[in-house]
Write a protein that binds this ligand. Structure first.
Ligand code: 2P0
Length: 327
């Protein structure tokens, strides 16, 4: 009999960013981060254990992937094989549900869904917190996609892998949403992994980034407790800008921005100055994400349409954590 695990995981956007590892092998971060899980973007993955297979087989959106891509997945699944004391290989089928125009990196939802499916396939029954430490080893931001709502990825201590895991902070059911302004859907020139290492190794601003991120996290958690949307937005915008400023200090300087990113940021500021609270954040790419109140999304959308096309604007409600899929 074949053992199968199927799981859905949503992507997340960091409001307090993760940018830099203290341990590259274990994916242990330099600072804790905090994100919002998004409903509109997710990955569905199935893992089918098959003793007849001599290697793992990986299909993404229906297309069989080459050796290099499959190797990344196999290495990740080795963590589950070790825990289960198993040598069996698997067929992995993954579908990314991300509007094509969004061009959002999907590693966060990808490894969270894979972790959830592998947990079921190998019948490990790992709890969500433990599973988040496994997801982390595929891609740091995946740690947070195990949970829904507002999620902290706590940096943990020293080289203790189990100490660096996700925690659900709040279900974010107080009128929060996000609009993604898709600037460019092409693959980014510099991966996050390489970009963050270069920043840690060469930016003189890096120690300041770490101190600031720690302060921002404390202030943001207080704002969340008070359900203070304005403060949440202000800290989000300022923290994202500080991450990009730190990257600019690297040698060679790193910038993921494009002219239209600046256009989007200015438009959001204009909307805010006209009385609707909304705040920007950006990741390792030119797209701009707008944190806003769900109830004001359509008003904001109308204003953004003055500068961007319909298919560049994708709205999302708050997403849930991983869930097992039955069929
Ligand atoms: C974040 N980003 O907190 C930050 C902000 C992008 C900018 O996590 O090397 O793909 O796999 O751990 O998770 C993107 O980095 O990097 C990321 P790895 P990952 O969302």
């Amino acid at each position: 009999m074949k053992q199968i695990g199927r799981c859905r995981a949503h992507t997340n956007i960091a409001l307090i960013k993760y940018w830099g590892k203290r341990n590259n092998d274990l994916f242990l971060p330099m600072n804790s981060s905090l994100s919002l899980t998004l409903d509109a973007f997710y990955t569905d993955t199935s893992v089918t254990l098959d003793s007849k297979l001599e290697t793992d087989e990986f299909f993404l959106n229906g297309t069989k992937q080459d050796k290099d891509e499959t190797k990344k997945i196999s290495r990740f699944l080795d963590l589950f094989r070790q825990t289960a004391n198993s040598e069996v290989h698997a067929k992995i089928e993954s579908y990314n549900h991300v509007p094509t125009a969004a061009g959002l990196a999907s590693s966060a939802s990808a490894f969270a869904a894979l972790a959830g499916a592998a947990n079921t396939a190998w019948q490990l029954n790992l709890d969500k917190q433990t599973l988040s430490t496994y997801a982390r080893r595929g891609s740091g931001s995946s740690t947070r996609s195990i949970y829904g709502g507002l999620v902290e990825w706590t940096m943990g201590e020293g080289d203790i892998s189990e100490s660096s895991h996700a925690i659900e902070i709040d279900d974010a059911s107080w009128d929060i949403g996000m609009i993604v302004i898709a600037i460019n859907k092409h693959k980014k020139k510099l991966s996050s992994r390489v970009g963050m290492k270069l920043t840690v190794d060469t930016s003189p601003f890096y120690p300041v980034w770490v101190t600031e991120a720690k302060k921002d996290l404390i202030a943001m958690k207080e704002a969340i407790k008070r359900k203070d949307f304005i403060k949440l937005g202000e800290i989000t915008e300022s923290n994202g800008m500080k991450m990009h400023a730190t990257m600019l200090g690297a040698t060679p300087p790193i910038s993921y921005w494009e002219p239209d990113s600046v256009k989007a940021i200015n438009k959001v500021k204009e909307i805010r100055n006209n009385g609707i609270p909304c705040y920007v954040t950006m990741d390792a790419g030119p797209n701009v994400k707008v944190l806003c109140r769900q109830s004001q999304m359509s008003d904001i959308l109308d204003k953004l349409k003055e500068s961007f096309t319909n298919d560049q604007l994708i709205c999302s409600a708050v997403g849930e954590g991983i869930k097992q899929l039955t069929d």
